[in-house]
Design a protein around this ligand. Structure first.
Ligand SMILES: [Ca+2]
Ligand SMILES: [Ca+2]
Length: 229
């Protein structure tokens, strides 16, 4: 236990030194500007326009094991980030909420710049559109110690919003392989967010799946970089 604690403390110290390497101030009351970049690492899963929220730790975009908000359900089932961004904008603990420039195709990247004061976290979400309710993202990337001129990157796994059964049928998949329904108010899955266990596809025996082996993924499915400008 002691060895592990020492190791963790050492890792945190190293991370702090790396992040602080370029100097700069971190006065939380000063307006800080961040460039957020999302890269789609999948083979055939276009990603919906990202939602990016700059916020205090008391705001939660999603939480593994907890029920998805209706606004996250709308993003994860239909790729629509507008409700999530509008709702976030009304909250005191949210500094800013912005949508990306558009669909992020496999291998492509999208970036936006977001700014404000007293923010502790950046959260991101984007739907894998050739699925029922899969999304990639991060809930609270800690930016409280990120200095000006430095950046932090991480890879992201895929989550199941838990708000729609993973039937994979064309009528329930809004992406190009299905052209079906996006958001539905029905909740016919487990009703809590989990790490996604992947798609089955017609190539692995799910006869009425609109998906083929090209739509599978191995995590991670995206990379996010936050740069403090
Ligand atoms: Ca699901
Ligand atoms: Ca639903």
């Amino acid at each position: 236990m002691i060895m592990k604690a020492l190791y963790l403390a050492g890792s945190l110290l190293t991370a702090g030194l790396l992040l602080g390497g370029c100097g700069g101030d971190s006065d939380p009351s000063e307006t800080a500007m961040y460039k957020v970049t999302l890269t789609n690492l999948t083979y055939a899963q276009p990603m919906s326009p990202m939602a990016v929220v700059l916020h205090q730790k008391s705001y939660t975009l999603f939480d593994i094991g907890s029920s998805a908000s209706v606004s996250l359900e709308k993003l994860a089932e239909g790729g629509d980030n507008s409700i999530l961004l509008d709702k976030a904008d009304t909250k005191d603990e949210v500094t800013a909420a912005l949508g990306g420039n558009g669909l992020i195709l496999p291998g492509a990247t999208d970036s936006l710049t977001i700014s404000g004061v007293n923010a502790e976290c950046i959260s991101v979400a984007s739907m894998l559109v050739n699925t029922n309710d899969a999304f990639t993202g991060a809930s609270c990337i800690d930016i409280s110690t990120l200095k000006k001129g430095t950046q932090s990157s991480m890879t992201l796994v895929t989550y199941d919003a838990g708000s729609e059964e993973n039937s994979e049928s064309a009528g329930t998949i809004p992406g190009p392989v299905g052209g079906g329904e996006g958001y539905s108010a029905t909740r016919d899955d487990r009703d809590f967010v989990t790490v996604h266990n992947g798609v089955i596809t017609v190539d692995d025996g799910l006869a009425d799946s609109a998906l083929s082996m090209t739509h599978r993924w191995d995590n991670p499915t995206a990379k996010v970089t936050v740069e403090r400008l």
